[in-house]
Design a binder for this molecule. Structure first.
Ligand SMILES: Nc1nc2c(c(=O)[nH]1)N[C@H]1C(S)=C(S)[C@@H](COP(=O)(O)O)O[C@H]1N2
Ligand SMILES: [Mo]
Length: 359
């Protein structure tokens, strides 16, 4: 009876399958793009949620159709294990995603629920490619009927309505996420404790020995009139320094609002004299980790030596770390050693943030 009911509403198999492919690709794209700041994160995160719902719906039809093929072991072939693994991973990714967006967090070791969602989410794509290698079918003409278009449209409508409902649940549970989906941690009051009470995070494995502040130098080089080499004594003292309230928002799903103090990058650029060709400013850590900002944006950023009125702790990037308002946490380079003015952006920085810790 229930199966028959499902049948009535089911779009044609290939519409379901192609729908899944399109939705998974779009979910991967919106998920990854939400880190980059190229488009407003709020829009991408909402879209990502809607795609997750659409996928959940499509999977109901998909699983109802293939259940028999999987539950009878005599129906298994060489490629079935990949398909089953894919199904299990996708269901887990969705479940974990819903837990997170409805305000839950069940950390496993160092990983937040969002980390697990991202890690398994990235695994979906290679599994999907393997699955498609064995099972790919082109759509045919009968899939494009008026009836299947209506059914598919109806399902999308149900999807949007359900998504609104989950938003309401999250609001009622007063989940105070930012538009990036991150949740607050360590409020301002906690910064009374030295160096701030928010988590120390590395993006993968960057974990250098403490930098000896007395021996540390900061260079400003590249397309400049006068290269600068500064020591900690050349940087503004706590009474003279520039301060900024800024939100550190990590892609593992938390954010913290802190008062940062240090030297305005714009002042460093003025002191060194930016060349007319300079378009980008690259911040390089003692570990090699690095990020670049367009020169106008960099001018308003801060190289912080202090947070909450106290020296940065080693974990938070002492002696100096980048504070780049509006950027995600992974772009806030810690243990900065070099500021380089360049003509070109630096596409390799994406890779370097992943591997700088392995040496
Ligand atoms: N050199 C370096 N800078 C880094 C990282 C890193 O691994 N190495 N991690 C980044 C990430 S992912 C985040 S969220 C913030 C975390 O800053 P915190 O440890 O002060 O909370 O630092 C960023 N800066
Ligand atoms: Mo992060």
């Amino acid at each position: 009876m229930r199966a028959a009911l499902l049948q009535r509403f089911a779009p044609p198999p290939r519409v379901v399958d192609w729908g899944i492919l399109v939705v998974v690709t779009a979910a991967l794209a919106t998920g990854l793009l939400s880190w980059t700041g190229w488009l407003p994160a709020g829009v991408l995160v909402d879209l990502h949620g809607i795609l997750g719902l659409a996928l959940s719906g499509l999977l109901v039809f998909k699983f109802a159709r293939v259940a028999r093929r999987v539950t009878r072991s005599t129906n298994w072939d060489r490629t079935t294990p990949v398909s089953v693994a894919l199904g299990v991973v996708v269901v887990t990714v969705l479940a974990v995603g819903w837990v997170w967006s409805l305000g839950g967090n069940v950390p496993v070791g160092p990983w937040t629920t969002l980390n697990i969602h991202i890690g398994l989410g990235l695994l979906v794509f290679p599994l999907l490619l393997l699955h498609l290698r064995a099972r790919f079918r082109l759509p045919d003409r009968t899939d494009a009927s008026r009836r299947s278009a209506l059914r598919t449209g109806g399902l999308l409508l149900v999807g949007v309505v359900t998504w609104r409902a989950t938003e309401t649940v999250a609001t009622l549970r007063s989940v105070t996420s930012r538009e990036t989906g991150s949740k607050p941690i360590g409020d301002l009051a906690d910064t009374e404790t030295e160096g701030g009470s928010f988590p120390v995070t590395s993006w993968v494995a960057d974990d250098p020995d403490p930098v000896a502040t007395e021996e540390w130098t900061l260079t400003v080089s590249g397309l400049v009139d006068d290269e600068l080499t500064l020591t900690i004594d050349d940087l503004p003292t706590i009474d003279e320094q520039a301060t900024q309230r800024g939100t550190l928002d990590c892609t593992s799903g938390w954010y913290t609002v802190q008062d940062w103090g240090g030297v305005r990058v714009g002042d460093l650029l003025d002191a060194a004299g930016a060349g007319t060709d300079a378009r980008w400013v690259r911040f390089v850590s003692v570990t090699g980790y690095r990020w670049s900002l367009p020169i106008a944006e960099a001018g308003d950023a801060l190289l912080a030596t202090h947070v909450g009125g106290a020296w940065l702790s080693h974990g938070h990037g002492a002696p100096a770390r980048l504070v780049a308002p509006g950027r995600r946490g992974f772009q806030w380079v810690k243990w900065v050693q070099r500021v380089e003015l360049r003509r070109e952006p630096d596409p390799a920085q994406w890779l370097v943030t992943l591997v700088s810790g392995f040496d």
